[in-house]
Design a protein around this ligand. Sequence first.
Ligand code: ATP
Length: 562
Amino acid sequence: MPARSIEQVRNLCKRRGFVFPGSAAYGGLGSFWDYGPLGVEMLNNVKKAWWRNVVYERDDVEGLDAAILMSRKVWQHSGHEATFSDPLVDCRACHARHRADHLTDDTCPKCGAPALTGPRSFNLMFKSHVGPVEAAAGSEEEMASRVYLRPETAQGIFMNFAHVQRSLARKVPFGIAQVGKAFRNEITPGNFIFRTREFEQMEIEFFIKPPQFVQPGEKTDEQWHAEWVEQRYNWWLSLGVEEGRLRRRAQEAAELAHYSKATTDLEYLFPDFGWGEVEGIANRTDYDLSAHSKDVPPEDLKRLKLETNADSVEKLDYFDPDAKARYVPWVIEPSAGATRAMLAFLCEAYHEELTKEPPAAEVDAIRAEIPAVVKNADKKAKEAEKARAKNEPAKHDPAAIATFCVALEEAAARLPQSLLEVAALLEDHPGAQNLEPVKKLAPKVVKLAEDCTRVVLKLHPTLAPVKLAVFPLKKNEAAIVDVAKRLKHQFQRFFRVAYDDSAGIGRLYRRQDEIGTPFCITVDFQTLEDNTVTVRERDTMKQERVKMEDLKHLLFTRLHMG
Ligand code: ATP
């Protein structure tokens, strides 16, 4: 079963060095995150897997890395300065801010007084200035030096359409791919790295013939769109997302962005909040290239609802040598979030498992203590309510206790499979604090969970931050250590390899399982005699004896590198 909650994933990410809260020494900065040693490896792997799939493995896509800061005119003519905004509402009572289009009963102001202001349009682009400027906001001088941190990588691609096409003599249809940072001053960031104000995108602008130039037997814009939806959908599946948790959803007409003829979102079924967009595949027609071009014919301006662009010095069109005509290509845009993808892959990969059957007597003993825990918790909740009624300080939070009891009883009914879950509830749930029966029970459950369970990230090997861990069975045996270190050095040229000798083998395996390392190698006394090592596979936990000379072939094959 994948992660039950985002919290599980967030905890693991913090504990094991994937993702840390940003600016932590100063209490953090709203929804900015730092990618730690394992996070940066995994995020790089997501981006590399995407790049390999859409650039290397195709014949018709080139790469690009455009500057983050571009002329303000780009964002004026793309429509972002006027329309890249979300409707913002404030609660008059508690001043909490909300996105009007995201308001549901659950997200309604928690203060219980849903007295909202009317929606105001809030532009999501971060502003900055080029050069030293000390002018008042909105003044001519300020506007002249104003730049925006790009809210999408797409516009950098449109700016370079003609450069790439000409310098590589590309013929339409062809695409340009780009991976890079994007910034949006989101009104309500959250759900860990799902919605952040700084994130990374992986975008392709795929340029195709306009409908009137499509010859019989050639793909129409609608067919290209459908094909990209399928290709992108299959990419997610190929990296381990299960079909039941990935869906294609065609946007309703009312949802479509102003430039889009059709958009299909790929959505992943996240824990806690359900379906969430991980990628959108849009048919952007000839809107963007026309918007940035000079000399666009009036009929096209009218069709695309564009104004004449008096700022542009280029016409972003294309001479088609077969049709012997010039036209502005249409565009299919598959646009995915790299950081959001990492969250989806982590949720999908997160598993808690029994590694051996815990003794029935111990499980029964735990089950037997649950009613006493719940009874005591109820009592403390009632006491806290009474104290509150008298305006006295309460030792407990009745609401937290109520959710704790429901979760505990539900999880206890699934013992022993839920052993780790019960351990986590007893140790970490806010409603479990300061309860004597919990203090008594928790150590027993935690110990049993440590002995009989594991957390394992069943990441596709391509995405795993560390591909291989090498352990010496005895850290004081020079000959064993020597072989183990040599193995590490042999493979670290190809991928990230960990070396660990700081615990017993069982614990070392658990540590690597938790970060998704597909293979562990143990060097032992037998290695010194016959040059074989133990290779242990993460998901099956199967161990096999392998000759050292066969290791490279075995690892490369199973890591999908061959
Ligand atoms: P949403 O409706 O979630 O705000 P969007 O439709 O505005 O997203 P797009 O503009 O289509 O998103 O961006 C393409 C992709 O970029 C999204 O599918 C998502 O994966 C990613 N993305 C967009 N906004 C964010 C964000 N604030 N944080 C992380 N990833 C994001």
